[in-house]
Design a protein around this ligand. Sequence first.
Ligand code: MN3
Length: 220
Amino acid sequence: MKKIFSKEANQVKYPFVLPALPYSIDALSPHMSVETMEYHHGKHHNAYVVNLNKLLEAEENKEFKELDLEDIIIKSFGTKSSGKPTGIFNNAAQIWNHTFFWHSMAPNGGGEPSVDLMQLIQKSFGSYKAFTEEFAKAAVTQFGSGWAWLVYDNGALKIIQTSNADLPITSGMMPLINCDVWEHGYYIDFRNRRPDYVEVFISKLINWEFAEKNLQNILK
Ligand code: MN3
């Protein structure tokens, strides 16, 4: 499987460390407050790092200890469906998801993608507006905790939802952008108003340069 994200994510091998945000902690304010970033990055994301390291210290999990993050995710995904403990998958995937999420946003984000990506969006969804509506719908209707994704799959872009820690790379789809719709991601700034959070994500935060870079890597 092609790895598109290992380097930026500082996701080399055990012991994992919390990757720094790709901008200052107040850079997304007022759309995403410093308090949200302190909790979401400093506590939630960090907890996944601490938990994964703890799990990898156990003798019974030594088969995972030498792997990089994406290989841990792929290997542990197999044990997930067999009903074995899912802690390694959940924590490893959530580290990956969150690092990808920080890069999926930028100060002065939003706006429209460049010509090439715009053409692919128009080809895949009909129009940019249709893309924003479909993405918002996926993010808002994901029941409970999870993620909305813009992915590249078989020559076209698609929008998908995943539950909890699940992510598209285990199905061979390549993500361009994700949006965290776990309640911890928006409750401080938006309370229960997930649709408002998603609207701000799309119009003010989405990092099209990151999406374009991911697409270039995928098509290489
Ligand atoms: Mn989160």
